[in-house]
Design a protein around this ligand. Sequence first.
Ligand SMILES: [Zn+2]
Ligand SMILES: [Zn+2]
Ligand SMILES: [Zn+2]
Length: 142
Amino acid sequence: MGADPTELLRQRGLRVTAQRLAVLRAVADTPHVTADLVAESVRGEIGSISVQAVYDALGALTENGLLRRLEPAGSPARYERRVGDNHHHLVCRGCGRMVDVDCAVGEAPCLTPAEELGYEIDEAEVIYWGRCPECVEEKGTT
Ligand SMILES: [Zn+2]
Ligand SMILES: [Zn+2]
Ligand SMILES: [Zn+2]
């Protein structure tokens, strides 16, 4: 993960562009960031970039395993740099805050369905929904 981003792109056979590097950096700085926020931070760094170009970069980086894409219900897609470790997420129903949590099992898939129905299963997507400590506290006092 600490590897040089330029090297990471080359290893995946991706052309190294200022846009892709800036997108990678933006996601590394803010885990679980949305495309809109990535666009904002990339604009701050390298000047104007179209939203489409941001989506293209996010798509290429995700396809090549440099980013992980998450889509919790009711939220736009979010991106993160922490890939390949089968960690899961806690999402607050109150404020929408999302945090990482290690998988209690480790290896994917960490859950087994009652029947596999002939599928070769490689992952169980787990999202824990609830309320974050701040929202729990707020509710307690009102
Ligand atoms: Zn909350
Ligand atoms: Zn995460
Ligand atoms: Zn798990």
